[in-house]
Design a binder for this molecule. Structure first.
Ligand SMILES: [Zn+2]
Length: 211
C-alpha cells in the first residue's frame, strides 16, 4: 500500500500517519527526513541541496523528487508520504516518477478538519507568565479562567498561537494544498476522513478506508 497523507495544521496528520505506518508496517516518509538524510549521507543531490538549505532557501521540486526516487529505488517497502506533495506540481511529478519505477499510489488520505475547528484547537494553548506552566483551554483548562492553577499567575498566549497568526497559516495552507486535493480528486484517489472525531475514532476511520 502506498499512500499520501493530507491535512491542515492541527489535524493530527503527522501522528496519525505514524500510527498507521506502525499498524500496517509501512515506511513513514517525511520530506524533512529525506532531505536531512541525503545531506548527511553526502549524496549528489544532498550536496546540491545543502547550500540552499543552509541559506534558508527552498529546495526545488526536482531535487526533492530526485531524492525520493533514490529512496524508492532502494526498497520494495510500502510507504506513507507525510507532508508531501505540497503543490500540484509535486503531485504530478510524483505520479510520473512512480510510473517510471513501475509503482502506483493507492490513495491520498485527506484528514478533513474545518477552519473553525483548526482555530479552536491551535489557539487553545496558554502559559503562566510567572511559572511557565502550560494549559490548553480545550484539553487541559485551568480551574479559573486566565489564572494559573499552580501559582495564581496570569495566563498568557504566545504570539504564534494567536488567532490572526493561525488564521494566516491556515489560509496559506488552504491556498497551496487546494490544488493538490483537486489533483487527487480528479484522479479518483482522494479519500476523505472526518478529522474532527476523537483521535482514536480518526485512527479507526483511516484504517477502515485503507484496508
Ligand atoms: Zn503559574
Amino acid at each position: 500500500m502506498r499512500l499520501v497523507f493530507l491535512g491542515p495544521p492541527g489535524s493530527g496528520k503527522g501522528t496519525q500517519a505514524k500510527i498507521l505506518a506502525e499498524k500496517k508496517n509501512l515506511t513513514h516518509i517525511s520530506t524533512g527526513d529525506v532531505l536531512r538524510n541525503a545531506v548527511k549521507n553526502g549524496t549528489e543531490l544532498g550536496k546540491k541541496a545543502k547550500p540552499i538549505m543552509d541559506a534558508g532557501g527552498l529546495v526545488s521540486d526536482n531535487i526533492i523528487l530526485g531524492m525520493i526516487k533514490e529512496l524508492l529505488q532502494k526498497t520494495d517497502d510500502d510507504f506513507i508520504f507525510d507532508g508531501f506533495p505540497r503543490t500540484a506540481a509535486q503531485a504530478e511529478g510524483l505520479v510520473k516518477m512512480m510510473a517510471e519505477l513501475g509503482i502506483k499510489l493507492d490513495a491520498a488520505v485527506n484528514l478533513d478538519v474545518d477552519d473553525e475547528e483548526v482555530l479552536k484547537r491551535l489557539t487553545g494553548r496558554f502559559f503562566c507568565e510567572k511559572c511557565s506552566a502550560d494549559f490548553n483551554i480545550n484539553t487541559r483548562p485551568p480551574k479559573v479562567e486566565g489564572i494559573c492553577d499552580k501559582c495564581g499567575g496570569k495566563l498568557m498566549q504566545r504570539d504564534d498561537d494567536k488567532t490572526e497568526v493561525i488564521a494566516d497559516r491556515l489560509n496559506v495552507y488552504r491556498e497551496k494544498t487546494k490544488p493538490v486535493e483537486d489533483f487527487y480528486r480528479a484522479n479518483n484517489m482522494l479519500v476523505n476522513v472526518n478529522g474532527t472525531q476523537s483521535f482514536d475514532d480518526v485512527a479507526a476511520a483511516i484504517l477502515n478506508v485503507v484496508s
